[in-house]
Write a protein that binds this ligand. Structure first.
Ligand code: FNR
Length: 364
């Protein structure tokens, strides 16, 4: 189909499924075990309903916001996904260029197909990028990566903590993967027999712990955000450790099967943080299964500062290149504006939990 016939993010997935190479589709679309957490990520949003306000003047609607001190035209960002060149020969820079067109923040993955410099060089003007970090067993390598990212203007450091070992993604394991030129880190051996994910991730340090956080704080001034938190107890630990944020995430369902959805964890987390007076001490992000602007709005209503989107942009890129990613972003923006109006809200700051009925969220 033509790009103009894609009307929502699901449409890009359908095109990508039919047009992508089997190995690439296998890597992008796969998730852990029976992919139950992956499906739950999106379907959990279906258990939340709206309580809109009426007779509010909604002629003007502004969906812009601030995340970790940086302006963003929207409360969603391009989250880190490895191996961009499986989807487009140009790789992650395609996402960078589309993100620039729409004023969207991009998180750069440690395991990008493009070099880190290429992705930074593709940035234009005031465009904001963050770094996603997989921590290497060799901390000297990690220190170099972090400090270089700060030097090159990255505005935040997201440390991924939900992947001490890569999850079993059988769709990916079944397809014979050959690396399209990822920047394999020093001292790293690749074994392709376990699929793309495991082949490129053997350097990740499974001994990483809360004790390491002060070290990161000693080597960088970037705000530190823990990506992959799944319980409020750990959100509190992140506050105590002096982190600026967490991402409530199960890695798109690719790690622990039967991990809960980010939105459910968010709904459980915010009341506890408020009770402890910690809600302004840390910024809460979530990702996983966000496919509609209503999903984004529900997360913001529940207290998230922003929402990460992974596969949809990969699918849009794989199916249609940069114009595809741009259209995906535009569609989301249009959906956002319309639904803000229908909710009776002019600004992101007006979104709150009184606009939601979450009774069904925990009673399914
Ligand atoms: C990811 N994700 C991920 N996360 C991370 O911290 N480092 C990484 O290298 C990757 N790589 C990666 C590759 C692919 C193909 C996918 C689909 C995901 C997880 C990602 O940041 C995010 O948590 C999820 O993608 C969010 O779920 P959705 O939006 O894909 O449903």
């Amino acid at each position: 189909p033509l790009l103009s016939q894609c009307y929502n993010l699901h449409d890009f997935e359908a095109v990508a499924r039919r047009t992508m190479k089997k190995t690439a589709w296998g890597y992008y679309s796969s998730a852990a075990d029976d992919e139950i957490t992956m499906r739950e990520n999106h379907s959990a949003y279906h258990r939340i309903w709206f309580r809109p306000r009426v007779l509010v003047d909604v002629e003007n609607v502004d969906i812009s916001t601030t995340m970790l001190g940086s302006k963003s035209s929207v409360p969603f960002y391009v989250t880190a996904t490895a191996l961009g060149k499986l989807g487009d020969p140009e790789g992650e820079v395609v996402l960078t260029r589309a993100a620039h067109k729409h004023g969207v923040i991009q998180m750069i993955p440690t395991l990008a197909s493009c070099s880190f410099d290429e992705i930074c060089d593709a940035r234009k003007g005031e465009q904001v990028q963050w770094l996603q970090l997989y921590v290497n067993k060799d901390r000297k390598i990690t220190q170099r990566i972090v400090q270089y990212a700060e030097e090159r203007g990255c505005k935040a450091l997201f440390i991924t903590v939900d992947a001490p070992q890569l999850g079993r993604r059988e769709k990916d394991m079944r397809s014979k993967f050959t690396d399209p030129g990822t920047n394999v880190q020093e001292g790293q051996e690749t074994d392709n027999s376990q699929g793309a994910a495991r082949a490129i991730s053997s350097f990740i340090d499974p001994s990483l712990s809360w004790k390491d956080i002060p070290w990161f704080q000693s080597i960088t001034k970037m705000p530190i955000i823990i990506k992959g938190v799944q319980r409020v107890e750990d959100v509190i630990k992140a506050v105590e450790a002096g982190c600026q944020g967490v991402v409530l995430s199960n890695h798109g369902g690719r790690q622990l099967e039967f991990a809960r959805s980010g939105i459910e964890i968010l709904a459980e987390t915010m009341p506890v943080l408020r009770e402890l007076g910690l809600e302004n001490k840390i910024e809460i992000y979530i990702d996983g299964g966000v496919r509609r602007a209503t999903d984004v709005l529900k997360a913001i209503c529940l207290g998230a500062k922003g929402v990460g989107i992974g596969r949809p942009f990969l699918y849009a890129m794989s199916a249609y290149g940069q114009p595809g990613v741009e259209r995906a972003m535009q569609l989301l923006k249009d959906e956002m504006e319309m639904n803000m109006r229908l909710l009776g809200c002019n600004k992101i700051e007006e979104l709150n939990s009184s606009l939601l009925d979450t009774r069904a969220l925990f009673t399914h």
